[in-house]
Write a protein that binds this ligand. Structure first.
Ligand SMILES: O=c1nc[nH]c2c1ncn2[C@H]1C[C@H](O)[C@@H](COP(=O)(O)OP(=O)(O)OP(=O)(O)O)O1
Ligand SMILES: [Mg+2]
Length: 198
């Protein structure tokens, strides 16, 4: 079991921060890396794991605290797993609306049966910036890409992600419900077990 009572979340994404904070609850005092630095590290890794570790080390370095990073994205079967680790940069850094518009466009003629996709979340926790043994936990969430956006909750690709087990898009799920079944929720359950928090 690892003992600490304060943690920095290594994300600049408001939607993610909200979800991670809600999932961690009050068990640990949570700060955000934005309190320490507004510079976002370049995500130069070739995998979710590498990018999560890179972000966690950066946040630990600027804060002096243990750090938890989340690298996540959407892997679309028809696109061979793209946009994957490039999900946030899919429309060249123009943001969520442009990313979603581009995805709908490239999948325009693709039938439902071939629109399978997974949200992927990789959490990386480092005790300090040079931690030689980061804790890594992953979660997947299977769904399908809709033909048009639906719902206003959540962030990112949520309005395009159909959740078969709930018969709605992930942007139509109340936050509390998404936080129990999402890729991020699954990774967080594993992390809490590793930390002895549950
Ligand atoms: O639950 C989700 N619901 C909808 N979209 C999601 C979700 N989870 C990840 N995503 C999308 C958003 C972004 O396009 C990419 C993450 O990119 P990623 O680099 O990990 O995060 P980011 O740049 O937004 O913030 P940061 O790196 O500071 O944590 O996947
Ligand atoms: Mg990022």
């Amino acid at each position: 079991m690892i003992l600490f009572n304060e943690l920095v979340l290594a994300s600049h994404n408001a939607g993610k921060l909200k979800e991670l904070q809600a999932m961690l609850g009050s068990s640990i005092r949570v700060r955000s890396v934005g309190e320490f630095s507004s510079i976002e590290p370049e995500e130069t890794g070739l995998s979710f794991i590498e990018n999560a570790i890179l972000k966690a080390r950066n946040a630990a370095r600027v804060s002096g605290l243990p750090a938890l990073a989340d690298d996540s994205g959407l892997a679309v079967d028809f696109l061979g797993g793209a946009p994957g680790i490039y999900s946030a940069r899919y429309a060249d850094g123009q943001g969520d609306a442009a990313n979603n518009a581009k995805l709908l466009d490239v999948l325009q003629a693709v039938p439902d049966a071939e629109r399978g996709a997974q949200f992927v979340c990789c959490l990386a926790l480092v005790r300090h910036a040079d931690d030689p043994l980061p804790i890594i936990c992953e979660g997947l969430w299977h769904g399908r890409i809709l033909h048009t956006a639906q719902g206003v909750e959540g962030f990112g690709y949520d309005p395009l992600f159909w959740v078969p087990e709930r018969d709605c898009s992930s942007a139509e799920l109340p936050a509390a419900e998404k936080n129990q079944i999402s890729h991020r929720a699954r990774a967080m359950v594993l992390l809490k077990h590793r930390l002895g928090l549950v």
